[in-house]
Design a protein around this ligand. Structure first.
Ligand code: PRP
Length: 184
């Protein structure tokens, strides 16, 4: 494929489209074995996880339903402000349900720490966490993902749902953004 305008802002590719697809197939198979008797509710955290959600639910052929929750904590900044706000909530009663929260990245842990408590308070029977990327070096909250696609270094990653200032989400691969893009 011809290099796009967005590709020119990428320092290096961390995971190609094919590598991501392969890893998601593996995760989906594992999750199927673990979840097949639970009729889980998959909850995608918008916006970053929208692409991963679409792929992981098809890779994990359990009987399930899907929901979406939107939270905001970063705005256009590159590091978290700490406060998590729900800007769109799930639309059904989750009491007694086994939730699988789908995230694109687990960074400080702030978002998932908040959401796990939130769902348990609302009566979820269990909250399982599935994240495509994990950046453990940045963790400030005690939170652990049950399923991790890739552990990533502390670099500014974009693509496959992940943004910088709401852009680059539609890159099919995951790459590191050139520092001059976010420091100018
Ligand atoms: C990103 C990402 C996670 C969160 C992870 O969301 O999608 O939800 O940050 O970071 P944390 O572990 O430090 O909380 P962001 O607020 O950038 O919004 P987005 O999903 O719309 O990109």
């Amino acid at each position: 494929m011809e290099k796009s305008m967005m590709d020119q802002d990428i320092l290096k590719v961390l995971y190609t489209e094919e590598e991501i697809a392969q890893r998601i197939r593996e995760m989906g198979r594992q999750m199927y074995e673990d979840l097949k008797d639970k009729e889980p509710l998959f909850v995608s955290v918008l916006r970053g996880a929208f692409i991963f959600m679409a792929d992981i639910v098809r890779a994990c052929q359990v009987r399930c339903d899907v929901e979406f929750i939107a939270v905001s904590s970063y705005g256009n900044a590159t590091s978290t402000s700490g406060a998590v706000q729900i800007t769109h909530d799930i639309q059904q009663d989750i009491s007694g349900r086994h939730l699988v929260v789908i995230e694109d990245i687990l960074d400080s842990g702030n978002t998932l720490h908040f959401l796990k408590q939130y769902f348990l308070t609302k009566g979820a029977a269990s909250v399982t966490i599935c994240t495509l990327l994990d950046k453990p070096s940045r963790r400030t909250k005690a939170i652990h993902a049950d399923y991790v696609g890739f552990e990533v270094p502390d670099e500014f990653v974009v693509g496959y749902g992940l943004d910088y200032a709401q852009k680059y989400r539609n890159l099919p691969y995951i790459g590191v953004l050139k520092p001059e893009v976010y420091t100018k």
